[in-house]
Design a protein around this ligand. Sequence first.
Ligand SMILES: NCCCCC(N)=O
Length: 264
Amino acid sequence: MRIALYQCPPLPLEPAANLERLGLRAAEAARRGAALLVTPEMYLSGYNIGLEAVDGLAQPADGAWAEAVAAIAREQGIAIVYGYPERAAQGGLFNSVQLVDATGQRVGNYRKTHLFGELDHGMFSAGGDEYPLLELDGWKLGLLICYDVEFPENVRRLALAGADAVLVPTANMEPFDFVCDVLVRARAFENQCYLAYANYCGAEGEIRYCGLSSVSAPDGSLTAVCGREETLAFADLRRDLLEKSRAAVTYLQDRRAELYRPLV
Ligand SMILES: NCCCCC(N)=O
């Protein structure tokens, strides 16, 4: 399955402009054979926008933004994973991502469980014990958001549940380039899955984003890697490579879970 990552500078507080460029990039990605397009974290609203703006912009998972993204997905014939501020029906604001398939159906929604510093804690509640495992074109997909991927337990949990790939919309900033350069690649290898990391580039207020988006393969290779500029990157997820790697690297089978329990 070919996937596309959209590495872009944020357009904070401009959901209409973000939807417009999403449509353009979705069309380009579909033309170039991608079945799925992944955007950065909080793509529709911008990330470093503060509680007042999040409270004013947040929408339910099935709100107008979801309908607009579904229309783009349906029109261009491509699935989309996008970040947005979610207002839960029972109240509460969450940093969320949603997968919409190429027919415009909402496939699954995930709320960021590991909040980063005052930046996240000042805007959102943490998601609960819900890590959806979604299916698209025969691939089992997990969703995480930026800081989530820096906790090995999160990727391991999805891998043990059967994830072939973990999709990670991100807003990772300087000085955390190491996460882009090393950590996400290690997460893919140690869990024998693909890992797609779609980051911002450019700046948002005092934040300077790293860019360096990538798709890491389970054999440790980089299937796609971006620099620090706006980029639409492509990667082919290969079932033969996944199976060959899993036959050679058997961490998941060799685990001694009974020895790890005190770590939980
Ligand atoms: N790598 C630490 C920064 C994480 C930022 C975020 N958006 O979670």
